[in-house]
Design a protein around this ligand. Structure first.
Ligand SMILES: [Fe+2]
Ligand SMILES: [Fe+2]
Length: 139
């Protein structure tokens, strides 16, 4: 398991989206270090809930900006978000059902993997469209 760190390569240059991505990396690592520190089940459940909830908040924000910017692959991107959000919720549900059997390493690898690849591969494509949406809103 490799700890995910924020890298400048992940930066879109769109402050609202970059701040969200940074926060998601931060929440994931907070969870990771809480597990190492022996945080109790309730505390871990709360951090897991924060991460799953903030993922949904971020996806909604990104989709709104994509829509306003006229991003042509909106449906495709939305479907990817839905699949990721479903898997995050499934992990959360399995923790709630059986915390002792939860594989935190697998969860960490899943989240860090999608964060890195989705940001670099999919979110980067949004940059010109989202910038346009923000400029129109500010004009
Ligand atoms: Fe995205
Ligand atoms: Fe994103």
């Amino acid at each position: 398991m490799t700890v995910l760190r924020w890298e400048s390569a992940m930066q879109l240059g769109v402050p609202a989206i970059d701040a969200d991505h940074k926060r998601l990396v931060g929440l994931l690592n907070q969870l990771h270090y809480a597990v190492i520190a022996g945080e109790d089940e309730e505390g871990i459940g709360r951090l897991l809930e924060d991460l799953v909830g903030y993922t949904q908040t971020h996806f909604a924000r990104e989709e709104d900006l994509m829509e306003r910017g006229g991003y042509p692959e909106l449906q495709h991107h939305r479907q990817i978000h839905e699949r990721l959000a479903d898997r995050m919720q499934a992990f959360r549900d399995s923790f709630l059902q059986s915390p002792d059997d939860f594989d935190m390493h697998r969860f960490y690898d899943f989240v860090s993997g999608w964060l890195l690849h989705h940001v670099l591969g999919e979110d980067m494509k949004l940059k010109p469209y989202v910038e346009r949406a923000i400029n129109v809103a500010c004009a």
